[in-house]
Ligand binder design. Sequence first.
Ligand code: NDP
Ligand code: DGY
Length: 328
Amino acid sequence: MHTAQKIMKVFITRRIPQEGLKILSQTGVCKVSLWDSDEPVSRAELLKGVAGAHGLLCLLSDKIDTEVLDAAGPNLKVISTLSVGFDHMAMDEIKKRGVRVGYTPDVLTDATAELTVALLLATARRLPEGMVEVINGGWSTWKPLWLCGYGLSGSTVGVIGLGRIGMAIARRLKPFGVKKLLYSGRTDKSYAAEVEGEYVPLDTLVSESDFVVVSCALTPDTQGLCNKHFFCKMKNTAVFINTSRGAVVNQEDLYQALSSGQIACAGLDVTTPEPLPTDHPLLTLKNCVVLPHIGSATYSTRGIMAELSANNLLAGLQGTDMPSELKF
Ligand code: NDP
Ligand code: DGY
C-alpha cells in the first residue's frame, strides 16, 4: 500500500536567487513559505514564519538564537544559511537540539578574494577620492604630489586568517610583486608554501606589514582583535583591509588610528552595524573606503550560493548527506 509522504514546512527569510527557489519548488518534499522582499524580515515575522518549520533557510543578517529555535519548535531538522560565515547563529543551542546546519563555503571564495583585491587597490591608490575630484572639478592639472598612494610591488602583505578566502587573496596578491607574505592564525598551514607564506605571531605581522588583510572568521577570540593596541603597532604608511566581519574591528579605535595618521588608510567591506549609519564618523574620512558587504556579490556566485543552500536544506529535510554541512 502507498503511504502518503509528509510534506515538510520550510521558511525562507528573504527573496533569494531563482536558482535556489526552483530546486525547492520542484522536489515536492516541502512547502515553502518565503519572506518575499529584498529587505530583512522583521523579528516578529521571523518568529511567526519559523513556527513549526522543519527547515529554515536564513541569511547572515538573521540572528538565529534561542528565541528563534524555540519559536520553530521540535520539528526543526535543518538550518541552511546563505553564507559561509555562521557567527549569526547560536551554534551551541543548535547543537543541543540536534539540528543540522548547511552553509556555503568554497563557492564564494573567488568572488570574495577578487573583491578584497579590488578594495585593497582602491583604498591604497585612492580611487574613490580621485573619482570625486574629477566630478567636483578638483582635477586642475597633472600634479607630481597629488593623490599619491601605496603600491604592492616590493611590499610585505600580512593576512590574518589564511583560510579558504585568505589563501585565495594571497594567491591573487603575490603576482603584484609582493616581496613577503606573512600570515597568522591558530595553526601553521602546509598549503601556505604555494604563496611562500611565513607563519608569524600576530604582533610580528601587524608591525612588519605594509598591507594588513583580515580574512578570519568572527569568533570570541577574534572579536575586537583589531583595536587600539593593534593599530598602534602598525606602520604609519600601512593599509588596513577587512572583508571578514565588522566586529573583528573596534571601529572607534580605527577612527582614531585613521584620523591621527597612525595608519595610512583603511578599506572595509564589513562594518558594525550593517548598514553603517550615514552619519558615522568613519564616513567623514577621506582615507577610509567603506563598501556595503558585497564580497560575494557576483550574479553567478549568488546563484550558486542559492543552489547550494537549497540542496543543503533538502538533504537536511531528507536526512541524507549535505553537499556542505557545517561540522561543529
Ligand atoms: P575559513 O574557515 O576557511 O577561514 C577562516 C580562517 O579564520 C581560518 O584560516 C582560521 O585560521 C582563521 N581564524 C580562526 N580563528 C582565528 C584567530 N583567533 N586568529 C586568527 N585567525 C583565526 O573560512 P573562509 O575563508 O571561507 O571565510 C572566512 C570569513 O570570511 C567568513 O567566516 C566570513 O566571516 C567572511 N566572509 C566575508 C564575505 C564578504 O562578503 N565580505 C564573503 C565570504 C566570507 P585557523 O585555521 O588557523 O584556525
Ligand atoms: C558570507 O558568506 O559569510 C558573506 O559574508 C556573504 O557572502
